[in-house]
Write a protein that binds this ligand. Structure first.
Ligand SMILES: Nc1nc2c(ncn2[C@@H]2O[C@H](COP(=O)(O)OP(=O)(O)OP(=O)(O)O)[C@@H](O)[C@H]2O)c(=O)[nH]1
Ligand SMILES: [Mg+2]
Length: 662
């Protein structure tokens, strides 16, 4: 339930903002010696008011002086309501107009126009002032604000302000669990015995004592030791409240103006895409312009690059990319204000369309279209533009974090069945079909190259081999920027690609490999001759293990290099002409009679056979005897116990079925 609101004052210097807050709350917000000396507000002032049992408001008093517009901007970012103060004796003045424009851009739509100093003027002048105000406000988000004519001197009509606030600030069913927690501290100080305390308005979400909050400034997590709301200790703070946060291990150097706290690890950015609105009666904005950028407590110099226009005229809108002089914490849909580089004129402002855009070196139609799509505020459009930004798969989790919108909310608000054919979705991972297809093509190409390099095998590549091709193709390292592309997701995407390729009859599953469907072993006459030669060479070794050096050298003379020789050997292994064991190649015609011989011997000699007995039996050297025994071990027709071999059931069966043929 939302019953906490933040309101701020606005209006020209000396029109009575601080006096009004003092009258309402009893607190003088001008606390700095310099403010006292000059009789003006310079810094933001803070107070609060309990409107009734239910509703609490935090109050931010802003300065009216034109030199402190930057403080005014940070005071009014994220407020629920404005108390717009205009002195009846002066009417609309320059900063009344400037503040109004700023509030309009920040989309502040709730407020009360407080016409102060009514004790100083007669009714006629009040009416003139009212008319002027109505005219100016009619073109803005604050057009429906009531006007209250008051005097803080005489107290006239002051008692109408709180009932009016209650009327406008109705409690509503705001669910603060729907949003991430977010707060820009506007003050930092040390309290004896407590340590670091930061205060600020909770812009969204909620957090509680004992939780850790993340500082985007130094990317550190801090545990909340103590929370206060309007000088009362509390366990929970949420949107609409001003809060004091006492943090563990937070040092002075950990504070920077513009820093943001959140309950997720939200990154900083130095490049943002925006919709930019230029005020009336300001200079044109050129293609590249240097400006001062303001949003919440953020203030930095920046360069604006116009995207869909070459020049932005006053009272006009455009898309732009802002290059910030330092990395800031800002979120999608945040509002901002810009001033000229010498900080004298408020030029305009707008809203953030993308807090983490690509660098638009060229202002293509595609770039403009994607940015315009983000203007719709539709979550599906947002999702699509996020998928389009990368050539890699991207997860909903990642998108959620970058948009600062909880993934459950995205899920609730997106009808994924409406995602066009141009995209694929697997387990909340998304990818453009275009790039997915490119990866599929790369996989096919890789298998084709394999076939070309080994024409003597009809097998392709294993899933594991293709997985490394897949990961390499999408550049695993960079992928980390797009969310943790977990092993699971990698497997799922590759499997989907391979399944599709099989369905499209491009790939075949052969044994445990993926091969090109059309690939078959085709041998030339030359191949045949070479294969036969290798076959004969191994056969001719009889009871010797072939010497690899001799084989390669003789093969070389027949235009068979080592790689090709291996392929031929494995081709013959596949054809069961040759047996491969531990890097040795024996001809199966040389092994067969020995196999029968040992099995026969063992079937008659249950005491088994040792290596030397076997060597004598077959009248061969120790090396080949060992290779043969290994082959038979692997075939499980014999079994080794200590230093002897014995026949197995499989061996007996083999003997029974093959005795005749031996
Ligand atoms: N007569 C009369 N004087 C007022 C009224 N409200 C404020 N004042 C006087 O106007 C002067 C300026 O008032 P502040 O409240 O400081 O004005 P402010 O808008 O806060 O000024 P900045 O913060 O510097 O922009 C003070 O001397 C006040 O006493 C009013 O209703 N009637
Ligand atoms: Mg003041």
């Amino acid at each position: 339930m939302k019953k906490n609101f933040i309101i701020a004052t606005a209006g020209h210097i000396d029109h009575g903002k601080t006096s009004l807050i003092k009258t309402l709350t009893g607190k003088d917000c001008d606390t700095h010696p310099e403010e006292k000396k000059r009789g003006i507000t310079i810094h933001l002032g803070f107070s609060h008011l309990k409107l009734n049992e239910d509703v609490n408001v935090g109050i931010i008093d802003v300065p009216g002086h034109k030199d402190f517009i930057h403080n005014m901007i940070s005071g009014v970012c994220g407020i629920d309501l404005v108390l717009f103060v205009i002195a009846a004796n002066e009417g609309m003045m320059p900063q009344s107009i400037e503040h109004l424009k700023i509030l309009n851009l920040l989309n502040v739509s709730k407020g009360i126009i407080v016409l102060t100093k009514c004790d100083l003027v007669d009714n006629e002048l009040i009416e003139i002032a009212e008319q002027e105000i109505k005219n100016e406000f009619s073109k803005t988000t604050l057009k429906d604000c009531p006007i209250l004519k008051v005097s803080t001197k005489t107290g006239e009509n002051i008692n109408f302000i709180i009932p009016e606030l209650i009327k406008i600030l109705k409690s509503n069913d705001y669910d603060f669990n729907q949003e991430y927690f977010r707060l820009y501290p506007d003050r930092y100080f040390q309290v004896k015995g407590f340590g670091s305390v930061l205060t600020g308005s909770v812009l969204s979400g909620t957090t509680q004592k004992g939780n850790s909050i993340y500082s985007s400034f130094n990317r550190k997590l801090y545990k909340i030791k103590r929370l206060e709301q309007y000088s009362h200790e509390t366990d929970l703070i949420y949107q609409g409240q001003r809060a004091s946060i006492n943090l563990n291990n937070f040092e002075q150097q950990d504070y920077e103006k513009g820093m943001m706290f959140s309950n997720i690890e939200y990154p900083k950015t130095a490049l943002i895409d925006v919709e930019l609105n230029l005020f009336q009666n300001v200079p044109n904005l050129k293609l590249w312009s240097t400006i001062e950028f303001y949003s919440n407590t953020i203030q930095t110099q920046a360069k604006i690059h116009l995207i869909d226009k070459d020049i932005l005229k006053p009272d006009n809108l455009c898309l732009a990319q802002i290059h910030l002089n330092k990395a800031i914490s800002i979120c999608y849909n945040d509002k901002f204000i810009i001033r000229n580089s010498s900080n004298e004129i408020t030029l305009g402002g707008g809203k953030v369309l993308d807090a983490f855009p690509l660098h638009h070196r060229r202002r293509t139609k595609h770039v403009i279209e994607l940015l315009k799509q983000r203007l719709s505020n539709d979550y599906l459009d947002l999702l699509i533009t996020e998928i389009e930004k990368t050539i890699k798969p991207i997860s909903l989790e990642y998108i959620s974090k970058k948009l600062f919108i909880k993934s459950e909310i995205l899920k609730q608000n997106i009808d994924f069945s409406l995602l066009s054919e141009k995209y694929i979705k697997i387990n909340n991972w998304f990818w453009t079909k275009k790039h997915y297809k490119l990866i599929k093509q790369k996989i096919v190409k890789y298998i084709q190259i394999g076939h070309k390099n080994n024409p003597l095998s009809n097998l392709g590549n294993t899933f594991e081999e293709l997985l490394s091709v897949f990961i390499e193709s999408i550049g695993n390292k960079k992928l980390l920027n797009y969310g943790d592309f977990s092993e699971d997701s990698q497997h799922i995407f590759l499997q989907a690609a391979l399944d599709e390729l099989q369905k499209e009859k491009i790939l075949d599953k052969r044994e445990s490999t993926y091969a090109i469907s059309s690939h078959n072993i085709t041998l030339s006459t030359k191949n045949h001759t070479q294969i036969n030669w290798v076959d004969q060479f191994i056969l001719n070794q009889r009871m010797k293990a072939p010497l690899w050096s001799e084989l390669t050298e003789r093969a070389h003379r027949r235009e068979i290099n080592e790689k090709y020789l291996k392929q031929i050997l494995f081709y013959l292994v596949k054809k069961k002409r040759i047996i491969h064991n531990n890097g040795e190649f024996l001809h199966s015609l040389n092994v067969s009679p020995i196999r029968i011989e040992i099995l026969k011997y063992l079937s008659k000699n249950p005491q088994g056979i040792s290596v030397s007995e076997f060597r004598d039996l077959i009248n061969a050297n120790r090396k080949i005897s060992l290779i043969m025994l290994n082959i038979f071990d692997d075939e499980e027709i014999i079994v080794r116990k200590d230093d002897k071999r014995f026949i197995t059931d499989k061996g007996l069966l083999f003997l029974e079925t093959n005795n005749d043929s031996a």
